[in-house]
Design a protein around this ligand. Structure first.
Ligand SMILES: Nc1ncnc2c1ncn2[C@@H]1O[C@H](COP(=O)(O)OP(=O)(O)OP(=O)(O)O)[C@@H](O)[C@H]1O
Ligand SMILES: [Mg+2]
Length: 287
């Protein structure tokens, strides 16, 4: 082992050694024409870790999620899950490998029921052949029944309210309830890592508190690692093991919540003010 590698092994906890990270982005960039939406980004998530990505509007946060989930291919750089490259895989293949997500603007089938939406999330798990499905063989019926049971179990993660409303059309649900259904659908794919893009956007204070509770439980009870885009500073600070801050596609800071909160570059990026006035950050909703 070289001296440099040895130093990394014993180095700061924010420097993972290769193989330790569940997800790792290495020098990843994405350009749209002349615009660098994400530039030279290094980012990692360890198993069971809750990491937040924050930054002003247009900072590149959602683009990072789209790169990880195969919606976009990086212009350069490497993305690995458990040490294996996932660059070039399509979103379904990334899902099968173990990364599920929710969207900034909820994407559910409004003309389908709560239960049906969660069943859709299991499509990567089902084994029945097309012929088997056509003739509804015993095996297919058994698989369907098991899928229903599992979907209900996933809904029950959020208590009884969604289970009670399993046959309701999604369009009739509150915004907060729809966000939960979307998470249940993501969980149906049995992910190791869950990406949540602004999971509390549009929620009132009580709903936000509840959301914080279930994000924690996703880690504690299901052992998931979570990468979270979040703009409510109180949520981010309270929930994250580590925070990565983007501005104009670049990482400008990374660290423990209290380190990031005090970082002058972060304060300047958010408030567009002189970096000398840190005490004002706490009142602002940071995006
Ligand atoms: N498909 C695309 N084509 C062209 N430009 C894009 C595309 N997707 C994103 N961008 C641009 O890349 C930049 C980053 O966008 P992104 O949606 O990742 O930001 P964000 O941090 O998620 O912002 P917000 O907080 O508003 O959700 C923006 O300037 C955006 O306009
Ligand atoms: Mg976004």
């Amino acid at each position: 082992m070289s001296e440099m590698q040895a130093e990394r092994v014993e180095g700061t906890p924010s420097e993972p050694v290769t193989g330790e990270a569940l997800l790792a982005l290495n020098n990843v960039s994405k350009a749209f024409g002349g615009l660098t939406a994400v530039g030279d980004l290094d980012l990692f998530v360890r198993p069971g870790e809750i990491v937040s990505v924050i930054g002003p509007n247009g900072a590149g946060k959602t683009t990072v999620f789209n790169l990880i989930t195969g919606i976009y291919r990086p212009t350069k750089g490497e993305i690995t899950l458990e040490g294996k490259s996932i660059v070039g895989l399509n979103p379904d293949q990334v899902l099968v490998r173990g990364i599920a997500r929710t969207f900034q603007n909820i994407r559910l089938f409004n003309n389908m029921t709560v239960l049906e939406n969660v069943l859709v999330g299991q499509h990567t798990q089902l084994k029945a052949s097309v012929l088997g499905s056509l003739f509804r063989t015993r095996r297919v019926r058994q698989e369907e029944e098991a899928a229903r049971e599992r979907a209900i179990e996933l809904l029950s993660f959020f208590g009884s309210s969604l289970v009670d409303r399993q046959d309701e059309y999604v369009i009739n649900l509150s915004y907060a309830e729809r966000r939960r259904v979307e998470i249940a659908r993501a969980l149906a794919a049995k992910p190791k890592l869950l990406l949540l893009d602004e999971p509390t956007a549009g929620m009132n204070e009580a709903e936000t508190l509840e959301a914080v509770g279930y994000v924690r439980r996703l880690r504690e009870e299901l052992g998931l690692a979570i990468l979270l885009i979040e703009h409510k500073l109180a949520v981010t600070m309270g929930i994250s093991d580590r925070i990565v801050v983007l501005d104009y596609g670049r990482k400008i800071a990374e660290g423990l919540p209290e380190e990031v909160r005090r970082d002058k570059k972060v304060i300047a990026a958010y408030l567009g003010q002189s970096a000398e006035e840190p005490e004002q950050t706490e009142e602002h909703e940071v995006k």
